[in-house]
Design a protein around this ligand. Structure first.
Ligand code: KG4
Ligand code: ZN
Length: 345
């Protein structure tokens, strides 16, 4: 009846992260240590993530972060029940660094290795932070993915909708670049939007009213570019106003798509389960989006759950937690488990 203690490693993109999480037999989770090191300083001169630089940066600091996480959690390698690492989707160089490190520790200690799907980790984070267990409707919004899913259980996902072009985080990042704001784009656009008046521009609400809960953000990006080109050179107030208009258009479009997904999910889940709506992924840190979706959920009879902002972005606590959830169910992986740069959930 002891808790399982899992070391998690995250190296799929531009953050190197290590964490230790405990999972009680009751299903309750606790973060013992969680360390995230961002590589933004190294990528900034290039205006985006450079895969080779990312892989090298992971190699340089992952072992140090593992030591810091173990020390911070006050546990030794001998206390670990398992090691979990993100093995996809993501940039292949980074995935290999995390997988090999995790497998080496697992082999040396004779403990299970667990391959974690990065999006599953985002999807299950509310289990760690709020004790929310499936089933629930999930909006997953990150730099590479935008999906609406019914999470039925660990490893059991039904996709209702996805983006037909850009991911939402990508749209924020591209808009930031266009407006001359720094990286990462999402937080920069959000900060500028606070000082702006969005009603100055009429931007489209992509896909609004469509029966299938899919997303599209490419047209919105083009509309933003046109507005910016007309005004060039942009004053600070122009940038703030465009940021606010973009954010409002995004919030309206996403809310419309989620409303449709709630109708579908309510019908599929039936009347004997509580209706729950979860938002996860880096973009879930956006305050206006959170506020609007929380209101929508309330109006539609769904409870609303979102991880705290520091666990919306990439971190290793979510990887360790997904690993712990899998470990409990006997879902462990062989040491020759592959990394998968492309891996649908
Ligand atoms: O989940 P995540 O950390 O990494 C991926 O798995 O992609 O998501 C990163 C994305 C980036 O595109 C970033 O600009 C966006 O999340 N993001 C935000 C905010 N914070 C991060 N977008 C809008 N508002 C934010 N506050
Ligand atoms: Zn992510």
């Amino acid at each position: 009846n002891r808790p399982s203690i899992v070391l998690g490693l995250e190296t799929s993109c531009d953050e190197t992260a290590a964490a230790v999480v405990a999972r009680e037999p009751s299903g309750e989770g606790r973060i013992l240590a969680s360390i995230v090191r961002s590589q933004w300083e190294q990528h900034r001169p290039f205006g985006g993530v450079v895969p080779e630089i990312a892989a090298r940066a992971h190699v340089e600091c992952l072992d140090v972060l593992v030591r810091e996480a173990l020390n911070g959690a006050n546990v030794g390698l001998d206390d670990l029940s398992a090691v979990a690492a993100t093995t996809g989707p993501g940039l292949i160089g980074g995935l290999i660094v995390g997988a090999i490190t995790g497998k080496a520790i697992a082999m040396a200690r004779g403990i299970p290795f667990i391959s974690v799907h990065h999006l599953e980790a985002h999807a299950l984070t509310v289990g760690l932070t709020e004790g929310i267990a499936p089933p629930y409707l999930l909006l997953l919004v990150s730099g590479g993915h935008t999906q609406l899913l019914i999470v039925r259980g660990v490893g059991d996902y039904e996709r209702l909708g996805t983006t037909i072009d850009d991911a939402l985080g990508e749209a924020f990042d591209k808009t930031a670049k266009l407006l001359g704001l720094g990286l990462p784009g999402g937080p920069a656009v959000e900060r500028m939007a606070l000082k702006g008046d969005g009603s100055r521009f009429k931007l489209p609400r992509p896909m609004a009213g469509r029966p299938e809960p899919h997303f599209s953000f490419a047209g919105l990006k083009t509309a933003v570019r046109r507005a910016a080109e007309k005004l060039a050179p942009l004053s600070d107030q122009d940038v703030a106003d465009i940021s606010a208009a973009f954010e409002q258009a995004v919030v309206d479009s996403v809310s419309d798509r989620c409303a449709r997904a709630m109708e579908i999910a309510a019908a599929r889940l039936g009347s004997d389960v509580p209706l729950r709506f979860v938002v996860a992924g880096g973009v879930a840190a956006n305050q206006r989006l959170r506020a609007s979706l929380s209101e929508l959920a309330q109006a539609r009879g769904f409870s609303f759950h979102v991880p705290p902002a520091n666990l919306c972005g990439d971190n290793a606590a979510m990887i360790a937690w997904a690993g712990a959830e899998r470990l409990t169910r006997g879902m462990v992986d062989p040491l020759d488990a592959p990394v998968r740069p492309r891996w649908p959930l």
